[in-house]
Design a protein around this ligand. Structure first.
Ligand code: ADP
Length: 660
């Protein structure tokens, strides 16, 4: 059973471990899925960034040739017409500016590199009459364009109108005459903003660089470029290298996208936990089922192997199950017993009594055994053999149905043994009685002639003393002495046999007062032997025959000072709480352990009468008889030379339970 409990605890721990590992693995998988989903999401965003950066390049590269061509046409018209009038030039330039959003201004620069005409003038006032040689870069580009007689595009510049951009120079040669330049001023911000849809710019951070110069920047201040989601794209246009960096704007807190991964993660963890809890309860119920079935098997085996017969009854007293011992007791297989009424297993009058039993906990009718008690009934086999049967009934409830458990025990052997024992006891007590009677009658009848012998010896001594002489007188004295001794033995024997035959009157009495009266009976003798009787404890109330108990005390006290060589002889009487026995203890010569219980044998004496005085050797035998007649026991403990303790108990009668 303990093993089972141990196993079940271990199995439960295993289940918890399995469930916990399951939950941990599920959580780890959820986290992994979560991180993969973020990676996938980032990849998708990066692809968008790539697509957008390529789109910017495409717009950039595809829009520029149209403007360059337009400006080239303007230059060519000038050459063809040997100078374009200002009004016509102005209209032409305005059209180009209107058509191309990135073109901030169209200018005519004279052969001295001074800006003369500017369209539109508004916003570009600072360019009018500007000497372009003020900056080495610009001058170099102008020189190059003039020398090569073809247009050139400048590197990024800070526009005088503000903002960043680049310039396209178209040298004008009318014949061999150099008449200045048509100059296109490109503003990168205007160009990019015009090329890209508003939504495109809104969703993404965009940065366009040329060399290390930032030409265009539309980004959140706090958000730096991140290569996981962003893309940098390089391309070359008119010998100028451009870098376009595109990366997504920060996802707004609480937006669907920012939460979706967390929701997925929380869902994953929750599902894992729920699955874990479900698995735990499933395992727990499987384990408890296996424990229950192990317990069932254990209970079944216990019932089947019980020494007593066990029968269960339903609420109508009909047999529902029986164990192997019950089958053996009634010599019938369980199939034949199940379904029968319990009363069918009994002989009359029990059969009729149990037939009428009301099978209810508190209402088992008179004649039927009371719940929890054992009753002797008569069992009956199929062949009519009747045998004594002990029957005990208990009751219990299962699924609200009152059931009964009967424990039955075949008492045939026990009853037979008890009967034989009783017979033997009767025989024994009869022969004891006969023996007692014989001893009494024999002693009584022996006393008569013995007294006559003693008397005649006395008369002989008185009448013929002078004739008999000293030897004759001595022999007559011995005859009288031995006659007296024999008389004492016979008296003791008679007394002993009387103790066996008489039923003493019993009553409660005070042990201390019994001791005191015995002590006073012996006072002279005690004084003569220089002995003291002491009492060293309280005593329980005694139930018995006071005269006999005083006799017992008398014998033990006398022996206590008789077999005692101490100067100060002490006999102490007490009640030993540990042994629950009375104790008479002396400081005498002690008893050699080799004699054992011989001291209780009648007429057995261990010491020389010369040294310790006369006696019959029946005192302890009588003491033992008295104790036994009181339902008690007597024994002794002794150390040779130091004294003896005689212990005796008296029957523990209910009536002597009260204290003195
Ligand atoms: P009796 O005293 O008449 O001889 P008992 O039956 O009283 O007969 O005792 C039997 C013997 O047991 C005694 O003769 C004695 O040898 C021994 N005996 C009894 N009581 C004591 C005692 N208290 N101490 C030592 N020996 C004892």
């Amino acid at each position: 059973m303990i093993n089972n409990i141990g196993n079940s605890a271990q199995r439960l721990k295993l289940a918890v471990a399995v469930v916990l590992s399951g939950v941990i693995i599920s959580v780890l998988v959820s986290v992994r899925i979560w991180s993969i989903s973020i990676e996938q999401h980032n990849l998708l965003i990066k692809r968008t960034s790539i697509a957008k950066s390529e789109l910017i390049e495409h717009h950039f590269a595809s829009s520029m040739p149209a403007i360059i061509n337009a400006l080239e046409r303007m230059r060519n018209r000038w050459i063809a017409r040997r100078g374009t009038p200002f009004s016509e030039w102005q209209l032409d330039a305005q059209d180009y500016v209107n058509d191309h959003a990135g073109l901030r201004a169209v200018e005519w620069v004279n052969k001295d590199y001074i800006v003369k005409w500017v369209v539109p003038l508004e916003g570009n006032e600072s360019a009018v009459d500007l000497d372009l040689t003020f900056e080495a870069n610009r001058k170099q580009a102008l020189d190059l364009a003039r020398d090569l007689k073809t247009y050139t595009v400048s590197k990024p510049v800070q526009l005088v109108q503000g903002g960043k951009g680049f310039l396209a120079y178209f040298p004008i040669f009318v014949g061999s005459e150099f008449e200045g330049f048509i100059l296109g001023v490109f503003d990168v911000s205007l160009l990019v903003d015009s090329l890209l849809p508003h939504k495109f710019i809104e969703d993404h951070n965009i940065e366009i660089l040329s060399g290390n110069e930032v030409m265009y920047s539309k980004k959140e201040a706090e958000l730096t470029y991140d290569d996981k989601t962003g893309h940098t794209h390089s391309f070359s246009l008119y010998d100028v290298k451009w870098d376009i960096a595109v990366w997504p704007r920060k996802i707004k807190e609480g937006s669907e996208n920012s939460n979706i991964h967390y929701i997925a993660l929380i869902n994953g963890v929750l599902i894992s936990l729920l699955a874990g809890i479900a698995l735990f309860y499933l395992l727990k119920s499987l384990i408890s089922e296996s424990i229950i079935s192990a317990k069932d098997a254990e209970h079944k085996a216990t019932l089947e192997n019980a020494i007593d017969g066990i029968i269960t009854l339903d609420s109508k007293g009909v047999i529902r199950s029986v164990n192997t011992t019950a089958e053996q007791i009634f010599d019938r297989q369980r199939g034949k017993l199940i379904g029968q009424k319990l009363s069918a297993l009994f002989a009359e009058p029990f059969r009729s009594d149990y037939e009428q039993c009301v099978w209810r906990k508190e209402q088992l009718k008179e004649g039927c055994v009371e719940i929890g008690k054992v009753q002797r009934v008569a069992g009956m086999l199929k062949n009519g053999h009747v045998f004594p049967l002990d029957l005990g009934i208990t009751t219990f409830e299962i699924h609200k149905e009152q059931l009964f458990c009967c424990v039955v025990k075949d008492m045939s052997v026990a009853v037979k043994l008890a009967e034989e024992k009783e017979k033997l006891i009767q025989q024994l007590s009869k022969s004891n009685e006969e023996l007692d009677n014989f001893a009494y009658i024999a002693s009584h009848d022996l006393k008569e002639p013995l007294r006559a012998i003693q008397n005649h010896a006395c008369f002989l001594k008185e009448d013929y003393e002078s004739i008999l002489g000293s030897d004759g007188v001595y022999k007559l004295d011995r005859l009288v002495y031995l006659g007296a001794k024999m008389e004492r033995l016979i008296s003791d024997l008679m007394y002993y046999s009387r103790l066996g035959r008489e039923e003493p009157d019993m009553a409660r009495f005070n042990m201390v007062s019994a001791i005191k009266s015995t002590q006073s009976r012996l006072s002279e003798s005690l004084e003569e032997h220089g002995a003291d009787v002491t009492i060293s404890s309280d005593f329980p109330a005694v139930y018995g025959n006071r005269t006999r108990i005083e006799e017992l005390l008398y014998n033990l006290i006398v022996n206590g000072y008789k077999y005692n060589l101490s100067d100060k002889k002490v006999i102490n009487i007490r009640f030993d709480e540990n042994l629950k026995a009375f104790c008479v203890e002396d400081n005498g010569i002690g008893i050699d352990s080799q004699f054992g219980n011989d001291v209780f044998k009648i007429f057995k004496r261990l010491n020389s009468p010369k040294k310790f005085g006369e006696g019959s050797g029946a005192g302890l035998t009588i003491a033992q008889k008295i104790v036994e007649r009181h339902g008690g026991r007597i024994w002794y403990e002794s150390e040779l030379g130091s004294g003896t303790r005689f212990y005796f108990t008296l029957k523990d009668d209910n009536q002597n339970n009260e204290g003195q």
